[in-house]
Design a binder for this molecule. Structure first.
Ligand SMILES: Cc1cc2nc3c(=O)[nH]c(=O)nc-3n(C[C@H](O)[C@H](O)[C@H](O)COP(=O)(O)OP(=O)(O)OC[C@H]3O[C@@H](n4cnc5c(N)ncnc54)[C@H](O)[C@@H]3O)c2cc1C
Ligand SMILES: *[C@@H]1O[C@H](CO)[C@@H](O)[C@H](O)[C@H]1NC(C)=O
Ligand SMILES: *[C@@H]1O[C@H](CO)[C@@H](O)[C@H](O)[C@H]1NC(C)=O
Ligand SMILES: *[C@@H]1O[C@H](CO)[C@@H](O)[C@H](O)[C@H]1NC(C)=O
Ligand SMILES: *[C@@H]1O[C@H](CO)[C@@H](O)[C@H](O)[C@H]1NC(C)=O
Ligand SMILES: *[C@@H]1O[C@H](CO)[C@@H](O)[C@H](O)[C@H]1NC(C)=O
Ligand SMILES: *[C@@H]1O[C@H](CO)[C@@H](O)[C@H](O)[C@H]1NC(C)=O
Length: 466
């Protein structure tokens, strides 16, 4: 099996500081790991601990993949990729503590903003309703029922193989949009479920298979805790509950900072096993000879990276906390940014509002210059948080869908008729090739936690087979 990587610079990147140029041929390496995201770095760690020789190849000039702490001009960093962790994400919480890092609670005190029908509403989320906003009571019933139905079906799935459920074909033949239409015909209910879908997947409901959504809900738990939709959505008791002091970027940095060789421009590498630690659609940028098994190729072709960006506005103080007692959480039916969070660091050395730019909205922003994109997003923040929101000290617009080595995020998703046909190829190794990446995880697929789980699984797979 030969792999041809179209990367211009292949680097074994364990210490970014000291590059050693080399065109050497590495012979008899036990494992070559392609991709230095959390899944690849975790696999490398476990294989090295077990005494294997490992080389990690990374296309970017940094580790971390979709976890990235971007330095700010005036000091500090901001998380342009993964940011939050929460309960039942045992692996990432364990890794954070093993690496000597600490978490703090996501700021969610005060009132939320609902922007709907050209009107700004302020409200205190009702914890009894899972933080549900003020919408028409009949739509609230529909939202609650739809959520209960999704949770009930998800609980029936085997998270290792959602496609073997008796109803799998039926669920996989419809979109999530069809489910919403059938279960939530009130326009406010439709709005809330669509917003939730976009906030979770960065995809429009019509882009997703219902079975895929159910499998994702099922995976939002651990071996002893059944996954639920509210755990995906919630701040308190959910996936957005906590953040890492100093930023999540410290996780891959510390994981990689173990003092290995650094080389770039790798020539030919001969390895007994290869770990492919990236999203399935990214594998299409690698030439495999002989070709990958057909089901695997189809999986790589038919899963999609959703279009996703983050727009982070930096302010001197986190003014929304004191002026109007706001949590900086918004649900909106208009504008480029329709979901926001408070992204201020733990020490509040500056204030930050992060906005997710999701699906169709980022596709529009992609057509604009950075400056135009930024000014549209800032005008959204002024609408939600008042005139002071125009007074940014710095603005970071990060468009993951334009990144050659990510092509979107947070995770590759499946439209109808992909999981039932090719889902079983997700973790299927082939001729010394082993597949990691958050997509392959049975729990918290799509998240840092799932990436770590996948790295551990693939290392075990290799250690068992050798
Ligand atoms: C905006 C955003 C917000 C998110 N928010 C959260 C969050 O709050 N909490 C959470 O837990 N998760 C979040 N996620 C998801 C999380 O970032 C991912 O699930 C996780 O980082 C995936 O890790 P991975 O190792 O599977 O893949 P990646 O991080 O994508 O790593 C793959 C690596 O492979 C490299 N690569 C690709 N192609 C090649 C090639 N041909 N040759 C060599 N190298 C290659 C890439 O450069 C990359 O470094 C978010 C993601 C995004 C984009
Ligand atoms: C799963 O999550 C629950 C709830 O947070 C926790 O009590 C438990 O220790 C976790 N891990 C496992 C393996 O069950
Ligand atoms: C802020 O809002 C929350 C929720 O509405 C409320 O409990 C709290 O008392 C408010 N704080 C101030 C200072 O008004
Ligand atoms: C918004 O407008 C729609 C259609 O006119 C209406 O059904 C809905 O109740 C309105 N929602 C709110 C929160 O005002
Ligand atoms: C779930 O599916 C996997 C893979 O097909 C299988 O090995 C396992 O036994 C199943 N678990 C249950 C509880 O049915
Ligand atoms: C919406 O759904 C409810 C219950 O499913 C139904 O009674 C009602 O007729 C539907 N309304 C419309 C406009 O389709
Ligand atoms: C803008 O922010 C600066 C601090 O960065 C502050 O001194 C100034 O008063 C702010 N202006 C407005 C209009 O809020």
């Amino acid at each position: 099996m030969r792999l041809f990587l179209k990367t211009s610079l292949l680097s074994l990147l364990f210490q970014q500081a000291s590059f050693v140029l080399s065109t050497a041929i590495y012979d008899s390496i036990d494992v070559a790991v392609i991709g230095a995201g959390l899944s690849g770095l975790t696999a490398a760690r476990d294989l090295l601990d077990a005494g294997k020789s490992v080389i990690v190849l990374e296309a970017r000039n940094r580790v971390g993949g979709k976890v990235y702490g971007k330095p700010l001009a005036d000091g500090g960093v901001t998380e342009v990729g993964a940011e939050f962790v929460g309960p039942t994400q045992d692996k990432v919480l364990g890794m954070i503590s093993d690496l000597g890092l600490q978490t703090f609670q996501t700021y969610s005190q005060g009132r939320s903003v609902l922007w709907r029908n050209d009107t700004r509403h302020l409200f205190t989320p009702d914890p009894e309703l899972g933080g549900a906003p003020l919408v028409h009571p009949s739509s609230l019933v529909q939202i609650t029922n739809a959520q209960a139905q999704l949770d009930e079906w998800a609980a029936e799935l085997n998270t290792s193989a959602p496609w073997i459920h008796p109803q799998a074909e039926k669920w996989d033949s419809q979109t999530f949009d069809a489910f919403i239409s059938q279960n939530a015909n009130h326009s406010d209910a439709r709005f809330m479920l669509t917003t939730a879908c976009k906030a979770i997947f960065a995809a429009e409901p019509k882009e997703l298979s219902l079975l895929y959504v159910l499998a994702y809900v099922a995976a939002a738990g651990n071996e002893s805790t059944t996954g639920t939709l509210s755990r995906l959505i919630a701040t308190k008791d959910g996936a957005q509950e906590s953040r890492v002091i100093g930023g999540t970027g410290l996780i891959p940095q510390r994981l990689a900072d173990v003092g290995y060789d650094v080389r770039s421009r790798a020539g030919t590498i001969i390895a007994k096993n290869v770990v492919l630690a990236m999203s399935p659609p990214l594998l299409r940028q690698i030439i495999f000879k002989p070709a990958l098994p057909l089901p695997r190729q189809k999986l790589n072709e038919q899963t999609k990276m959703p279009a996703l960006g983050k727009g982070i506005a930096i302010y001197e103080p986190a003014f929304w906390r004191s002026t109007e007692n706001l949590s900086a959480q918004v649900n909106s039916d208009a504008g480029s940014v329709r979901v926001t969070f408070d992204s201020t660091p733990d020490d509040a050395s500056f204030g930050a509002i992060l906005g997710f730019i999701l699906g169709d909205e980022i596709r529009t922003i992609d057509k604009l210059s950075v400056v135009e994109g930024e000014s549209r997003i800032i005008s959204d923040y002024v609408r939600y948080y008042g005139k002071q929101a125009a007074n940014v000290t710095e603005f970071v617009l990060f468009r993951w869908d334009l990144e050659e080595w990510s092509r979107g995020g947070p995770v590759a998703v499946a439209p109808p008729r992909v999981l039932t046909k090719y889902g079983s190829a997700l973790r299927q190794s082939a001729a010394g090739l082993h597949f990691a990446g958050t997509e392959t995880s049975e729990y918290w697929t799509g998240y840092m936690d799932g990436a770590i789980r996948s790295g551990e699984r693939v290392a075990q797979e290799i250690l068992r087979s050798s």
